[in-house]
Ligand binder design. Sequence first.
Ligand SMILES: *Cc1c(COP(=O)(O)O)cnc(C)c1O
Length: 392
Amino acid sequence: MNRYIYMDNSATTQVKQEVLDEMLPYFNINYGNPSSIYTLGSKSKNAIEIARERVAKAIGANTNEIFFTAGGSESDNWALKGIAYANRKKGNHIITSKIEHHAILHTCQYLEKEGFKVTYLDVDKYGTVDLEQLKNSITDDTILISIMFANNEIGTIQPIKEIGRIAKEKGIYFHTDAVQAIGHVKIDVDDLNIDLLSMSAHKFYGPKGVGALYIRKGVKIDSLIAGGAQERNRRAGTENVPGIVGMGKAIELAYENLEESNAKLIKLRDRMISKIFDRIDYVRLNGHPTNRLPGNVNVCFEFIEGESLLLSLDMEGIAASSGSACTSGSLEPSHVLLAIGLPHEIAHGSLRLSLGDFNTEEEVDYVVDKLVEIVSRLRAMSPLYEKIKEVK
Ligand SMILES: *Cc1c(COP(=O)(O)O)cnc(C)c1O
């Protein structure tokens, strides 16, 4: 094996060289604490404010509405817990969906133990939330609607503008986990009526361990992390200056190259899907056929275990994912695939190939060739598949 093909860009991405170049001086040259008043400190402080401007610009927010965090999970926790506790007197009901990331779902479960009520909306077979069910779920006690922008497993993009409109009409806060959408979808928080938005740098070619929460001016929210006065008193802890600098550069690059990158990814994605369907039988596409993330391919191969598929791909030097990164290694099939109505045995044979800016057409073709070989080898060991072939 002399090549390595990375097709797991929804799990994390490679830090781009331009991003790394901007980060490096903040480790060992401009290493001052941003809270210190001497020049070395203010260099760090200024760098954070430049990054804040870049992040704000990318989503049409004001700079004082961007708060840096340690990533997508923290932003999700903060949005949910912060809104729940600060608005408890107003109501105790939260609406989310069944296909959210675990950072949302597990936080909701925690809040249920704390006495909050949570409605988990169903999705249709493409993974789209039902707007009628959303409207019908709203009560006088509803304080927050949290629906992800785009799903990390099947790539489906939600009707965010409609959800924002419904929330606004009812005077309910609207949070969206946009971790997968940032860098692929044009987002304007005013146009979409978004009150809170989570993002994470390592999903768009920035560093791991840094993210941000957009909080619309005037939104009532408690802090998650207490301590010093950083982030205008709302998120304590000495800032991850190199990480924040990297995030600013990465988001700027992502939106500068948005159209070009999306066009390339869609072409690769659709090439891959059509080749898989041409060459392999008993396969189904998960997620919305068109309204999906540009780099997302998620398919189920019947009569095959996702885990064996991943291991065989890994032996060929191909990195992909089955279910979600957090569930692989466990035998429970993905909650997202179950929510779109797949039976357990089919949900087990899922494969997510998430393409990124560094993938090529040649790699797509190579991976499809390998998939054809691996799927046919694994199916040769499946008595059920052999039986079905005989009947045909
Ligand atoms: C990756 C991801 C997260 C978690 O982000 P981290 O920065 O890894 O904590 C949350 N939501 C979605 C949709 C994700 O894809």
